[in-house]
Design a protein around this ligand. Structure first.
Ligand SMILES: *[C@@H]1O[C@H](CO)[C@@H](O)[C@H](O)[C@H]1NC(C)=O
Ligand SMILES: *[C@@H]1O[C@H](CO)[C@@H](O)[C@H](O)[C@H]1NC(C)=O
Ligand SMILES: *[C@@H]1O[C@H](CO)[C@@H](O)[C@H](O)[C@H]1NC(C)=O
Ligand SMILES: *[C@@H]1O[C@H](CO)[C@@H](O)[C@H](O)[C@H]1NC(C)=O
Ligand SMILES: *[C@@H]1O[C@H](CO)[C@@H](O)[C@H](O)[C@H]1NC(C)=O
Ligand SMILES: *[C@@H]1O[C@H](CO)[C@@H](O)[C@H](O)[C@H]1NC(C)=O
Ligand SMILES: *[C@@H]1O[C@H](CO)[C@@H](O)[C@H](O)[C@H]1NC(C)=O
Ligand SMILES: *[C@@H]1O[C@H](CO)[C@@H](O)[C@H](O)[C@H]1NC(C)=O
Ligand SMILES: [Zn+2]
Length: 653
């Protein structure tokens, strides 16, 4: 039949855009549970206080077992890197490891290096780097820039390429008794998913007195607002006003970034993110005109991404001969050794490469993280460094997200806090409070307050300011009240895990009404972006796949949460507030919208606009065939095929 042929073509178009992956072994294991169970709570609630009760959802619950598997560790190259960086005092040297030369070539090899600089004069400096001419060197050479690209050739071809951070030491000395503070983040990993995919890392943290904040609840949907809450204390509408990431220059002018405060108090600051195209402040946002921190690693990763890549989970898992995740780990160490004995260090190191696209993908890095934390400990770095090892939210789309477990996890990112012994002894009360708060409801705004509190403890001339997004939020080194509720700590109702929504019948009239209302508002939302959304299709309701309800005030107010599938094919979760008057007439308002399907391949027509999260590109539909079937108009997609084969269908060209 003619349409089944076209279906295949249509599906392949999408496939090519999204799934260009390198062949890497994936092993499926029958039993995914490899962590020792000593550290699991078997309590019914992880948080159980008068103000909040959070259900203890089993990380291996029956309904998600089919979605869990493990990725093998990836090997990026057969031999170790041919070049390495060493430092002695202020001298930073790039070296060739001569003992490896014959593994790279049988012939004479010569190497040259280029310095990499951010191009300040470019229209978009965050996306523009310049390489100097390549200078040949033998054995080793002194470097005076922060980043270099190195290339080695034999008589015939290039045998090796790499990018190194050759960080230059800070100019001044200051306040060296203050602790270093590292924010090490892995995007989109819930507490349960850490347990599932990184059991060794989880066990390391549990065994070594890292404090697990089990009731850390996200405050908004995706990365940007949740990270901004940590870095500025503001909520999304406030950042849109004063630190608008869609308006050029506003992020530079955003005086609220906490790294600016740390710099003012003598810290050296750093910010790195491993996947330039989807970085928190770039991607569809404007990025920075000037480097926001003393050490800014964007040029490093732009250059690393030009090396030949091996893909895993749709991202460059290997950039050249090194794992992207290990590059990040090494940069953190380099940052610490560069600043050591000169200034304290404050850095945000954010990883997307092995976690953003597949809920199981962090398993590929479990061994690496275990070894890394053990090394940091062995090298003494953990003696003077506070580490916040955390995420921004759980996994946000796909099959797992359609289950109750997935719904809970999406709202509960993992977070561990490492406090060095020296600090624990000097501030025993504060440390005790932190431990107690492990079982209280906490938020990213509290983390913002905590960072300020730590700075205040090392220099009490620093005056802390409240978090604007949540005036009642507080340092986690002080006791969080047991009576705390979501609304008291800036968590919108739709993301609150304290009060669980009840499953309701999806055929109830109110569910259909709320879904139709939502589709109307969704189309308006798309339209509201004006010309930017010209390429986006109008949505129709296809079906309601789940519905949950939370009664707020008996008889007069209810939140209805629906998961709807649309035509053309997208999946949204919407929270609609329903208010009833005395005649039981209802009025609706839209509280939250989340998109649950993988939308990047469907939204290439609006890549640089915030409308992306709501869009489905019309041009994609043109590549598919429209058909009329069972009295309904369909856009063809691979999911509908079997249903359509059974129906009475007319192909429309
Ligand atoms: C740094 O390099 C200079 C020039 O090569 C040399 O004189 C000096 O001793 C080196 N300093 C250290 C600490 O290695
Ligand atoms: C140089 O390569 C050898 C052989 O792999 C390795 O054992 C050694 O650690 C490397 N040296 C440095 C400084 O990285
Ligand atoms: C490197 O060594 C070779 C052979 O000894 C020599 O000819 C060349 O000039 C040297 N290059 C540099 C940049 O020192
Ligand atoms: C505390 O901060 C003030 C203001 O920046 C500075 O003058 C002072 O030296 C700092 N104190 C210490 C111990 O670093
Ligand atoms: C940023 O601040 C500077 C100095 O106050 C001002 O001149 C500039 O217009 C501001 N830029 C934006 C985009 O707000
Ligand atoms: C942000 O905070 C302000 C002030 O508390 C509030 O009016 C606004 O509704 C909040 N916005 C969001 C998105 O939470
Ligand atoms: C929108 O697009 C139309 C047609 O290309 C153009 O005439 C109009 O000026 C655009 N409007 C805005 C606000 O950019
Ligand atoms: C509410 O319901 C009453 C009784 O069913 C009806 O008369 C009235 O028109 C309704 N009001 C609105 C605003 O729909
Ligand atoms: Zn994120």
């Amino acid at each position: 039949m003619i349409y089944s042929y076209k279906i295949i073509i249509g599906a392949m178009v999408v496939f090519n855009v999204a799934y260009l992956t390198y062949n890497v072994t994936i092993s499926f294991k029958d039993d995914p549970q490899t962590a020792t169970t000593d550290f699991f709570d078997d309590k019914q609630y992880i948080i159980d206080t008068p103000g909040c009760r959070i259900e203890n959802v089993d990380a291996f619950s029956e309904e998600i077992r089919n979605f869990i598997y493990k990725f093998d560790k990836v090997t990026c190259a057969d031999s170790e890197p041919l070049t390495y960086v060493s430092r002695s005092g202020e001298n930073v040297t790039l070296n060739i490891n001569n003992s490896l030369l014959n593994t790279y070539s049988r012939f004479t090899v010569s190497c040259c290096y280029s310095t990499i600089t951010r191009n300040h004069l470019a229209p978009n400096p965050d996306d523009d780097i310049t390489f100097s001419d390549c200078t040949y060197f033998n054995d080793s050479v002194l470097i005076s820039e922060n980043f270099v690209f190195v290339k080695c050739t034999n008589f015939y071809h290039t045998v090796y390429e790499n990018v190194h951070a050759t960080l230059q030491a800070p100019q001044d000395y200051s306040n060296i008794n203050a602790p270093n503070i590292l924010l090490i983040g892995i995007d989109g990993v819930s507490r349960s998913n850490l347990i599932r995919t990184m059991p060794k890392t989880f066990e390391y943290c549990e065994k070594n007195r890292w404090v697990n904040l089990k009731g850390y609840n996200k405050i908004a949907d995706n990365t940007f607002p949740n990270l901004m809450a940590v870095l500025t204390g503001m909520n999304f509408s406030q950042t849109s006003h004063v630190c608008n990431p869609y308006e050029r220059g506003k992020l530079d002018n955003c005086s609220h970034f906490i790294w600016k405060v740390f710099k003012e108090y003598g810290y050296s600051t750093a910010y790195a993110e491993d996947t330039p195209t989807i970085a928190t402040f770039n991607g569809i946002k404007t990025g920075f005109i000037h480097p926001p921190t003393d050490y800014y690693f964007r040029p490093y990763f732009l250059a690393a991404n030009q090396l030949s890549a091996k893909y895993l989970c749709l991202r460059a898992h290997c950039t050249g001969s090194e794992k992207t995740g290990i590059r990040m780990q090494n940069l953190i160490k380099t940052f610490l050794s560069t600043t050591k004995d000169r200034t304290p260090a404050f850095g945000l190191f954010w990883m997307n490469a092995f976690s953003h696209e597949d809920v199981n993908c962090p398993s590929s890095m479990d061994d690496d993280f275990l070894e890394y934390f053990q090394e940091l400990q062995k090298d003494g770095h953990l003696e003077d460094t506070i580490v916040i090892f955390f995420s921004d939210h759980g996994f946000r789309f796909g099959n797992i997200r359609l289950t109750h477990t997935g719904w809970m996890e999406e709202r509960l990112p993992f977070i561990y806090v490492w406090i060095p012994e020296k600090f624990r002894l000097a501030h025993q009360e504060e440390y005790k409070h932190l431990q107690q708060n492990s079982e209280r409801l906490t938020t990213p705004y509290d983390l913002y307050m905590t960072l300020q509190h730590i700075l205040h403890l090392s220099n009490n001339s620093f005056v802390q300011s409240p978090s604007q997004g949540c005036l009642e939020c507080q340092s986690l080194l002080k006791p969080v009240p047991l009576s705390r509720t979501c609304s008291q700590c800036g968590i919108p109702q739709a993301y609150c895990t304290c009060s669980t929504y009840e499953q309701i019948n999806k055929n109830e009239p109110i569910v259909l009404e709320a879904s139709k209302y939502f589709i109307g508002r969704l189309n308006e939302k798309v339209q509201s972006y004006g010309n930017a959304s010209r390429g986006c299709s109008v949505y129709f309701l296809n079906k309601v796949s789940h519905a949950r309800s939370l009664v707020i005030k008996s008889k007069s107010e209810q939140n209805v949460m629906v998961v709807v599938e649309t035509n053309p094919e997208a999946i949204f979760e919407a929270t609609v507030k329903v208010t009833y008057d005395k005649y039981y007439n209802s009025t609706f308002s839209l509280l939250e919208v989340n998109r649950l399907d993988r939308y990047a391949p469907k939204t290439f027509c609006v890549k640089d606009s915030p409308v992306q999260i709501y869009c489905y590109c019309k041009s994609l539909l043109k590549q598919l065939t429209n058909i009329f079937c069972n009295n309904k108009f369909y856009y063809l997609n691979n999911k509908l095929t079997s249903e359509l084969r059974r129906g009475q269908c007319v192909v429309l060209h």
